[in-house]
Design a protein around this ligand. Structure first.
Ligand SMILES: *Cc1c(COP(=O)(O)O)cnc(C)c1O
Length: 813
């Protein structure tokens, strides 16, 4: 804890407004949504994707009384009992604070960087060295400018070793991370081709990365990546690789079976072998990095061998799945400690789809009866996140049950819980599963998750968030954002995606039909929801569920007016659609006078927005047409505004409009396909595909030339062939036109064609030329644009055709 007076000394703010010099600071906040308990917190208004200054009030209302601000607008008038510190840059200020805090600790700090494997090496070192050291490590993959500052803030006296990740994406970033982390030991995992955008050359990227080791005592690295590179002078070099004369020489790497790799080393005049329980190149490399670190720490090769043998895979994702009986399951098998628990509880807290929240928690190593500090942290966490119920599994936590502020039941082990699981009602609940590996919570998950066949659509929530922010950054501050979640969010889910958008504070959601809106309301969505194609039969639910209809013709306008009048409703929000050239739905520009006549003086309706849709924003040859659409909307809205005497929002741009037509932003834009990361016009935007359709191989057959595969015997074999049957067919949304080689899927890194006609629930792939086993994973659309093109359609159609029987799995990396 720091006193605010100390923080003032550390940060040298350009101006302060201090009302309580003794105010204590322990928690760093930068996101007002994540504040649950504000005690001893300080809020940094960062200028990230959104300007943090807009959320000071929200943080204040939640109880925060210490603030670091960049923009001086005399906020002391509005917050007369807060401590306010104005600085040049809030992020730098947070970093200075982290730097100061870091310097208080003398124990070794390991800094890890590299293109891949940082998190895995960090987690493995934790698994490998925890018996000797009390290890602090960066939570999850917190390795950015902000993430590192937050990570370092968690250092405390109770630890004896820290492991901190450092990740960069452009030149100049590592210097800042290095000066915060000041690692005593540096690890380079590898250098890949990822993230090359921010660097002029591979060399530049390498020099930037090894900048982390500038003042370290030792740097540990795979030699092959740093040949011909001038290494920083100071650190002792601990290199490993195949060449002679390296600190740790690798003699041989042999795959023993499909689960084990044997590596022989030469170190300090001795040879020894280690068996790594992984076979892929990346993980073998990661494990060797760990061997090197352990040697540097003086571990005996036999101890190293026995521990490496027991390495566990690192679960990097937190998954959200649909459960049975209207429940959702959050499956988080990421490390079992209090920091990870807090992150998972935050995620649970974001989920608004069900009324009840339940946590199933196993014992956490280090949280015990005699450890007051971590126990009180656990108590605080369980109290902060309003849980409805708690299931405790293990030997330690059940004994402490009466100290927690939640109704709980306890079981000595997972088996005992499973035996009793029928006595629970999980209906209408979001259930967080958080258990140590040895508790095998995957058994619980299997019972709770709704069954389905093995074809899944995986939706990467980080990618969705990323894409949202990419488009947000294109928009001037005053432009609002409507996001399209019609057609089951372009195939990727309903309330799961909507919840994420709501959490990220978009301004509006839009669906095609009232039913979709009703579902979203049932899933805890409170944002305004626009319904694009309402009909008379849906007016009842529109009113009941507080949805806002698009009004596109006089017929629907009068019908809705009459409906509202019979209910005595006034000022009901509507959105007027104008046809400026798309010629789908909408009032024609010539109908404006009559529209004004109807709406002028009317109190039953309130026009919230007036909008149109661009027909060809992505086609340069139609630029004039697009210009005309924009100016038609401009004229129409001007006249309507004059005619009805009040103002409303105007909008016309969808994804391609957002990318290419800033003059069409008006007051709001409507983001659709870009959010999901596909089929966009501009290629310079760092958006990512959010969904991946996956299935797996059910059976493999070896057949002779001239035999045929599938219905109608269309798949004729011209050579002896190996054929894989996979579990996806046209009933899943895999178009029949993909049959007979038109469709290509990715199996074990290779593209393979379909063979024969696509069946209803299955289809066949020609895997003659590749290595493949039954149950191997298959990526159905390795390139969804190309796939769409090959059957004469667009990615929108492929995505929205993926049938509802395909399970959606949401995850956070
Ligand atoms: C679907 C739709 C959008 C979104 O279009 P994208 O190309 O997916 O961004 C916007 N406005 C209207 C009226 C739509 O129907």
């Amino acid at each position: 804890m720091y006193k605010i007076s100390e923080i003032v000394q550390i940060l040298h703010p350009s101006r302060t407004f201090i009302t309580d010099l003794n105010s204590l600071v322990q928690q760093l906040f930068y996101d007002s949504r994540k504040i649950v308990q504000a005690d001893n917190g300080i809020f940094f208004a960062l200028q990230k994707n959104r300007d943090g200054h807009r959320y000071i009030k929200e943080a204040y209302d939640k109880g925060v009384r210490n603030f670091v601000l960049e923009i001086d607008e005399g906020q002391e008038i509005e917050f007369p009992d807060a401590n306010l510190l104005w600085v040049d840059n809030s992020l730098s200020a947070m970093q200075e604070l982290a730097t100061f805090h870091r310097k208080k600790f003398e124990y070794p700090v390991i800094g890890i960087t590299g293109s891949n494997g940082k998190t895995i090496v960090k987690e493995w070192l934790f698994q490998l060295m925890s018996s000797e050291y009390k290890i602090y490590r960066s939570p999850k993959s917190y390795n950015s400018q902000l993430g590192v500052a937050l990570s370092l803030w968690g250092l405390s006296e109770q630890y004896t070793l820290a492991i901190i990740e450092a990740g960069i994406s452009e030149k100049g970033e590592m210097i800042r991370l290095e000066s915060m982390i000041k690692p005593t030991i540096g690890i380079l995992t590898n250098i890949g081709v990822a993230h090359k955008a921010g660097f002029a050359s591979k060399e530049e990227k390498i020099y930037e990365k090894i900048g982390l080791f500038k003042d370290a005592e030792t740097m540990i690295f795979p030699n092959s990546y740093l040949e011909n590179i001038q290494l920083p002078y100071r650190p002792r070099k601990f290199s490993w690789g195949f060449d002679e004369g390296l600190s740790l020489e690798v003699y041989s790497i042999k795959q023993v079976n499909d689960k084990l790799t044997r590596v022989t080393f030469y170190y300090n005049g001795r040879t020894f072998a280690i068996e790594i329980p992984f076979v892929d190149k990346g993980n073998v490399e990661n494990a060797i990095s760990c061997v090197a670190v352990m040697l540097r720490f003086g571990y005996d090769s036999e101890v190293i061998a026995s521990r490496i043998r027991e390495l566990q895979p690192v679960a990097m994702r937190l998954e959200l799945k649909k459960g049975k009986k209207n429940s959702s399951i959050i499956d988080d098998s990421y490390s079992n400690d209090l920091d990870a628990l807090q992150i998972a509880l935050e995620f649970l807290n974001q989920q608004g789809q069900h009324p009840f929240k339940l946590l199933i928690l196993s014992d956490i190593p280090g949280v015990g009866i005699h450890d007051e500090k971590s126990l009180s942290k656990l108590k605080r966490l369980l109290g902060e996140y309003r849980l409805d119920r708690l299931v405790l599994i293990g030997e330690v936590l059940p004994k402490l049950a009466d100290q927690f502020d939640v109704a709980s039941v306890s079981y000595p082990d997972t088996i005992a819980f499973l035996a009793d699981i029928r006595s629970f009602s999980f209906e209408n609940s979001t259930i967080l599963l958080k258990g140590g590996r040895e508790y095998h919570f995957e058994r619980i998950s299997k019972l709770l998750v709704a069954k389905s066949h093995d074809t899944v659509l995986e939706i990467n929530l980080n990618a969705l968030e990323n894409n949202l922010n990419v488009y947000r950054q294109l928009l001037p501050k005053h432009v609002k954002l409507m996001t399209m979640v019609k057609a089951f969010s372009y195939g990727s889910g309903s309330f799961e995606v909507a919840n994420l958008l709501q959490f990220n504070r978009v301004d509006y959601l839009t669906v095609a039909f009232a039913d979709e809106g009703v579902d979203l309301r049932g899933g805890g969505i409170t944002l305004p929801i626009v319904v694009m194609s309402p009909d008379e039969s849906s007016f009842e639910s529109i009113v009941q569920y507080n949805l806002e209809p698009e009004i596109y013709s006089f017929r629907i306008l009068f019908a809705f007016l009459n409906f509202l009048k019979t209910r005595n409703i006034s000022s009901f929000p509507i959105h007027i659609k104008v046809d400026t050239g798309m010629h789908r739905l909408g009032f024609m520009p010539g109908e404006i006078d009559r529209l004004i006549h109807v709406l002028h003086g009317d109190t039953v309706l309130q026009v919230k927005s007036v909008f149109s849709h661009l027909a060809s924003a992505g086609n340069e040859r139609d630029n004039e047409f697009t210009e005309r659409q924009i100016s038609l909307l401009e004229e129409f809205t001007k006249r309507l505004e004059d005619g009805i005497g009040y103002s409303f929002l105007r909008h016309i741009a969808a994804t391609s409009g957002i990318e290419l037509w800033p003059k069409g932003y008006f007051d709001m834009v409507r983001l659709g396909i870009g959010l999901y990361g596909i089929d966009v016009e501009r290629h310079d935007l760092p958006i990512r595909e959010a969904s991946t359709l996956k299935t797996n191989v059910t059976q493999i057959k070896c057949l002779q030339a001239s035999e045929t595969v599938g219905y109608n015997r269309h798949g004729v074999l011209h050579r002896d062939s190996k054929i894989a049957t996979i579990k996806i067919g046209y009933a899943d949304g895999y178009d029949r036109r993909f049959g007979n080689g038109v469709g290509k899927m990715l199996v074990n890194g290779f593209l393979v064609p379909t063979i024969g006609d696509i069946c209803m629930d299955m289809c066949m792939l020609d895997v003659t030329d590749i290595d493949v086993s039954e149950e191997d994973e298959v990526i159905v659309y390795p390139d969804i644009k190309l796939a769409a093109k090959s059957i004469g359609t667009i990615p929108y159609e492929l995505l929205t055709s993926i049938s509802q029987r395909v399970k959606r799995v949401y995850f956070y990396e």
